[in-house]
Design a protein around this ligand. Structure first.
Ligand SMILES: Cc1cc2nc3c(=O)[nH]c(=O)nc-3n(C[C@H](O)[C@H](O)[C@H](O)COP(=O)(O)OP(=O)(O)OC[C@H]3O[C@@H](n4cnc5c(N)ncnc54)[C@H](O)[C@@H]3O)c2cc1C
Length: 420
């Protein structure tokens, strides 16, 4: 902490802001917008400005499947229509099958009384659209600037590029120290700074989990047959292969492989890659005819030991990183956003300090238990599908076939994945 911070009298001075959100990825940007829309004076601090999304550019390799709960939040924030009209691939069916036992399970939007199960969208489009909305909302922030401690006003201020170096919780505020030596004060600090979260480490919050020793190889591919608005996922002994339907008719693959296999697959020439992918997908969509360049991401299960410290909360990947097999990482993060906003709105209505420990406890308790259940559920799935002994494979096959026929349980699963 620098001397100017230590010298600041902590009494008598109202915090400059209600909330400082650090990290402007999909989750942090949604949090800043949701809190500003709820009337909290908010600042969003991000180290790297996102590149402008461009409809004429190749589809970003990082895509996510957005569940109905995420669509509802983005719609409330008035950004979903822009995202959908820009580029979003709806999916109405999901077909998941086991390469070893052949057992399959199907989910169908119509049988649940819906048009769609969700949409496949580019991370960069979601982030960029939220940033555009934040720009439009910036007008409301008055004195919420770095190094200043003025009166709070609803609105949002984007500070970028800026890096948070440290922070200190005081009785009525939390003081942030920025890389340039400037300072910022808020009632609450929200860390949405990703799985490697430097702020989580600064707050002294540990994590637990496990390294899957896998990488997810991603690419967009042209398939011989259309994707039929279906998210396909085949569980192979080395990890799941998902083919997710893109708006332009191609499919986006997420192929989880043991580390060395992933490196080998990344190094293949295109022809060999397309052939191997065809085999791995069981030619469900026919031959794989073309591919974009590939990229790969390391996979781990990571849960923060707690979501709360003094005037500080974690959300998004900073709080939980999960295996992509269920396509739920950002959906959990956006559920964190909605819960935090509702918690703070209720606290304000009751005349409470929004950074008080007992207020933050509600958010931390609810979201940590929900995220933990989901994360451990996805981890259990990863473990079950890694079973290779013939007896266990047979048992898995029986279980999956039973589940596929047991409509009430399947509906519960589907509603849970939708965040309903
Ligand atoms: C292969 C793959 C497939 C996936 N598929 C799905 C899917 O289908 N559905 C789904 O829901 N999820 C999916 N996920 C997960 C999803 O991508 C993540 O959950 C999501 O991107 C996390 O967003 P975030 O905003 O929490 O974190 P991030 O996107 O990591 O954002 C963190 C931000 O914080 C900034 N930052 C870091 N430190 C500082 C600092 N000190 N000061 C200021 N700024 C800082 C960073 O620059 C960054 O912009 C997938 C993940 C992978 C790897």
């Amino acid at each position: 902490m620098n001397t100017s911070l230590q010298d600041m009298p902590s009494r008598r001075r109202a915090p400059a802001l209600d909330v400082a959100v650090v990290g402007g990825g999909m989750v942090g940007a949604a949090a800043a917008l949701a809190l500003a829309r709820a009337g909290f004076s908010t600042a969003l601090l991000e180290a790297r400005a996102p590149a402008a999304w461009n409809a004429n550019a190749e589809v970003d390799l990082r895509v996510v499947g957005l569940a109905p709960s995420s669509l509802a939040l983005l719609d409330e924030l008035d950004v979903w229509t822009s995202i959908r009209e820009a580029r979003a691939g709806p999916y109405a069916h999901m077909h998941v099958w086991d390469a070893e036992s052949g057992a399959a399970i199907d989910f169908d939007a119509a049988s649940e009384g819906h048009d769609r199960l969700g949409y496949i969208v580019e991370n960069s489009l979601v982030q960029w659209t939220l940033w555009q909305a934040l720009d439009a909302a910036q007008g409301g922030a008055s004195a919420a600037g770095a190094g200043r401690a003025g009166a709070a006003a609803a609105g949002v201020r984007r500070l970028c590029p800026v890096e948070v170096r440290g922070f200190e919780a005081r009785e009525d505020r939390i003081q942030l120290e920025l890389a340039g030596g400037e300072t910022l004060a808020a009632s609450l600090l929200v860390a949405a700074d990703g799985a490697g979260s430097p702020l989580r480490a600064l707050a002294g919050i540990g994590t637990r989990g496990r390294d899957y020793a896998q990488r997810a190889v991603v690419a967009h591919v042209v398939t011989e047959r259309p994707h039929q608005d279906t998210a396909w996922q085949r569980f192979l002994p080395g990890g799941p292969l998902a083919l997710l339907p893109l708006a332009d008719g191609r499919s986006s693959i997420v192929w989880s492989l043991p580390e060395a296999e992933a490196q080998r697959v990344l190094a293949l020439d295109d022809k060999a890659f397309l052939d191997e992918l065809g085999v791995a997908s069981d030619f469900r969509l026919g031959r794989i005819a073309a591919t974009t360049p590939r990229a790969a991401f390391p996979l781990k299960l990571q849960l923060a030991e707690r979501y709360q410290a003094d005037r500080f909360v974690l959300l998004g990947d900073a709080a939980h990183a999960v295996h992509p097999l269920a396509g739920q990482g950002v959906n959990l993060g956006l559920r964190d956003v909605a819960e935090l906003r509702d918690t703070l709105v209720d606290a304000r209505a009751a005349g409470r300090d929004i950074g008080a420990a007992h207020v933050l406890r509600r958010y931390a308790r609810r979201r940590r238990s929900a995220d933990t259940l989901d994360a451990l559920g996805f981890d259990a799935l990863a473990r079950i599908y890694a079973w290779q002994s013939p007896a266990l494979v047979a048992a898995r096959g029986v279980g999956v076939r039973l589940l596929d026929r047991f409509a009430p349980l399947k509906r519960r699963l589907s509603e849970h994945a939708a965040g309903l």
